[in-house]
Design a protein around this ligand. Structure first.
Ligand code: CUA
Length: 349
């Protein structure tokens, strides 16, 4: 029992020590500062106490060197905190490219996770040890917060947008998962367990899911159920943009803005299609906000992702009408797709 609530959480992720070190540094600086202040208060109170020899207060100004010295020391200390903090923040907010993906949705009052292999779980999360895991989080209702103290990761789960959290678990075992944002009556019961398994065990566990149950397969079903394919055909002249190889590509909007077709963009385009209308298309798509929950929106995102990722667009102007024939010979494989891209832009009526 006592071990369930240790004084300090275990170190069980690759970034936990980075966070701890920074934390200890801040505590040490604050502690030393508080100590210094109290020691000086007591010392001055005694030394300059009122006495017959010391009846009146004297106006005293510290020498310049002392003032500048104090300012300089604090400046260095605070800048060190800032740079160090920013460094740790960057590490903990940028998932590695080889991270395995998991979708999580929070609602009053539970956590739901979908694995790409098809496993789904509630208030339980299984992950392999030693491998980066990236969780894309969505909320069905209010603000929740995903918190695993032993991993030193905490990320708010906010309605109407995706947030991500990543970690590499370093030890197999079970770790407590909390909701750490007050979210209603049963907030305190919105807890669960992260089970970290050996990679081979995890493989076996993940194989328990069916391809049918994978988010992409579920998303495909939704795509058919809502007849998305009637507008989003492979025909570039169709009413909706072609979705093949859309994910990760750069999309030009009606007003000339360019956006990356990431998870958030695709989600928004499903739930609020009028927010970003692709250039060359009419704003005719209805909103699916009242028909889909966040878990389903994530499944559709997974499906669209499964249709292929857009050829990595170089930072140069992505559309140059008329250059359709110049199939740039980059990665020999995925070249065929460049044509529809060009046509789509050219089809402004
Ligand atoms: Cu969800 Cu607190």
């Amino acid at each position: 029992m006592v071990n369930d609530f240790p004084l300090f959480p275990r170190v069980a992720s690759s970034t936990a020590s980075d966070v701890d070190l920074l934390y200890f540094f801040l505590v040490a600086v604050c502690g030393a500062m508080a100590l210094l202040v109290f020691v000086l208060i007591i010392y001055f109170a005694i030394k300059y106490r009122r006495s017959p020899a010391n009846e009146e207060a004297i106006d005293y100004h510290a020498p310049k060197w002392l003032e500048l010295g104090v300012i300089g020391v604090w400046l260095v200390l605070f800048m060190a905190m800032f740079l160090w903090g920013a460094h740790v923040f960057f590490i903990t907010s940028r998932p590695p490219d080889d991270a395995i993906e998991i979708y999580g949705t929070a609602r009053q009052w539970m956590w739901k996770f979908q694995h790409m292999e098809g496993q789904r779980e509630i208030n339980q999360l299984h992950v392999p040890v030693g491998q980066p895991v990236k969780i894309t989080l969505a909320s069905e209702d209010v603000i929740h917060s995903f918190f695993v103290p032993d991993f030193r990761v905490k990320r708010d789960v906010i309605p109407n947008r995706y947030t991500t959290v990543w970690f590499t678990a370093t030890k197999s075992g079970r770790y407590h998962l909390y909701c750490t944002e007050y979210c209603g009556t049963e907030h305190s019961k919105m807890i669960g367990w992260v089970t970290v398994m050996e990679p081979s065990e995890y493989q076996i566990w993940a194989a328990g899911g069916t391809a049918e149950g994978s988010p992409a397969a579920q998303g495909r079903k939704l795509f058919e159920r809502y007849a998305c394919h009637t507008c989003h055909t492979a025909d570039t002249q169709a009413r909706g943009p072609v979705l093949t190889d859309l994910f990760g590509s750069i999309v030009t909007l009606q007003d000339g803005r360019q956006v990356v077709a990431d998870e958030s963009y695709i989600r928004e385009s499903i739930l609020d299609p009028q927010m970003k209308v692709v250039r060359g298309f009419q704003p005719v798509m209805p909103s699916f906000r009242n028909q889909l929950n966040e878990a389903e929106a994530l499944q559709l995102v997974a499906y669209i992702k499964s249709l292929g990722a857009g050829a990595e667009q170089p930072s140069t102007a992505p559309e140059a009408p008329g250059t359709t024939t110049a199939a740039s010979p980059t990665a020999a494989g995925e070249q065929v797709q460049s044509e529809p891209e060009q046509n789509r832009d050219a089809s402004i009526r």
